[in-house]
Design a protein around this ligand. Structure first.
Ligand SMILES: [Zn+2]
Length: 410
């Protein structure tokens, strides 16, 4: 969805021209509340006959609807306004989290249908995870009209190449070199788009959420792991291997705890849900006194840590304050590198702790370069779409692809 509304008329020929014109007309209708055929012809430079033929096709496909005129004509026939029909096509969005898979149907307006979950066993192989995803997909898609389903999008927790969806490395899943997209496609017999989970959040927030009016934004997700993504001048920046923005493996302490990536002292080991729980357990094992001990014995969860910090527990407070400091430093560095208009924070740990969000904001604002010499002018906001952002962004990749070339050339 990043590029589709910005399609401009181009000098191309034959089939490509036809496809581009259809995309242009559909996305114009999608972006506006009510347009007549005459206005579309005027705005696109296409002939009225071409616009009419395209609109007729879009009506047949139920991608647009005609509505009673709200545009007042002078005399004679009143123009009919056209509206985009976002429920005409849907995609299945899947959030492949390390502990749980969540899936739901998403329409072209980013509306999420009923959500289904499946637990992921610890140490699950790609085959096991794919079978779990396919089971959810089979169940959900059975309730949809087959010709309305465009495909499946997956928000993937790790480094994955684009567009071929080959998992290069997922430290948290423990997967290396897995032809993920090809495996899921062969199981589902549907087109699959697989992208990094934070890029999925970025797409969702850029299209439907808090970054809607930003041209450049940096996204940082703090959940089971920590990841990042960058949108520059309206496009996702991927880098050479598709791993740009992987802030979670920025080194904060060369002698720090071992990370799943093989290095020591990565941002993730101090700030992610997994890292915070591990650091809490280490401190408890070393004899540190904390309410976490009384509450849960050996099995501390991230909710326990966040809750203990809220009630003033010294250990939990120290862990969260260090996480806020390190995230603030890493995000200020990222902001200095990319000069974004907006920084968006998402993920279950951010959602669960106002203390963490406030702490990150304060460190980032203090450390980031201030070209004007005054207060930092980069806004920091929380994700607007919350827990749904990954699913919406994952499905959004499929929908974006469709909107760029909306109808098969007949
Ligand atoms: Zn690492």
């Amino acid at each position: 969805m990043i590029t589709s509304p910005r399609i401009a008329p181009r000098k191309v020929s034959g089939r490509l021209m036809q496809q581009a014109n259809r995309a242009m007309v559909l996305n114009l209708i999608r972006a506006d509340t009510a347009l007549s055929r005459a206005v579309i012809a005027r705005n696109t430079g296409l002939s009225p006959a071409t616009v009419s033929a395209i609109v007729d096709h879009l009506l047949e496909e139920e991608l647009v609807r005609e509505e009673s005129a709200v545009i007042t004509g002078n005399v004679g026939r009143r123009p009919v306004s056209l509206r985009f029909n976002p429920s005409a096509r849907v995609a299945l969005g899947i959030d492949l989290d390390v502990r749980e898979i969540t899936a739901a149907i998403v329409d072209m307006a980013g509306t999420v249908g009923e959500v289904a979950h499946a637990k992921v066993p610890v140490g699950a192989t790609p085959e096991v995870a794919i079978e779990l995803m396919a089971g959810l997909a089979d169940r959900i898609l059975a309730q949809e009209r087959p010709d309305s389903v465009l495909g499946v999008g997956v928000a993937f927790p790790g480094m994955i190449s684009w567009p071929d969806g080959h998992c290069l490395f997922s430290p948290n899943l423990g997967w290396h070199d897995v032809p993920f997209k090809a495996m899921l496609e062969s199981r589902l017999s549907l087109p699959v788009f697989a992208d990094n989970e934070v890029r999925s959040v970025a797409l969702a927030e850029y299209e439907f959420g808090v970054a809607r009016n930003a041209r450049s934004a940096v996204f940082v997700d703090v959940g089971f792991g920590v990841g990042g993504a960058v949108i520059i001048d309206g496009s996702v920046y991927r880098g050479m291997h598709g791993t740009a923005g992987e802030i979670g493996h920025n080194t904060m302490d060369l002698g720090g705890p071992l990370c799943g990536c093989g290095n020591r002292g990565c941002l993730e080991v101090f700030t992610s849900a997994n890292g915070l729980v591990a650091r809490a357990n280490e401190a408890l094992s070393a004899g540190r006194q904390s309410t976490l001990q009384v509450r849960c014995g050996e099995s501390v969860t991230i909710d326990d840590v966040l809750c203990a910090a809220d009630t003033g527990d010294q250990l939990a407070t120290e862990l969260l304050d260090r996480a806020a400091t390190y995230l603030g430093i890493a995000i200020a560095n990222m902001a200095d590198n990319w000069d974004p208009q907006l920084v968006v924070l998402s993920g279950s740990v951010i959602r669960g702790s106002g203390r963490l969000f406030d702490g990150i904001k304060s460190h980032e604002q203090r450390l980031v370069l201030k070209p004007s010499g005054g207060a930092g002018n980069i806004s920091i906001a929380q994700s607007m779409l919350g827990a749904d952002a990954k699913i919406i962004g994952a499905a959004g990749q499929v929908i974006s692809d469709f909107l760029a070339a909306p109808l098969a050339i007949s």
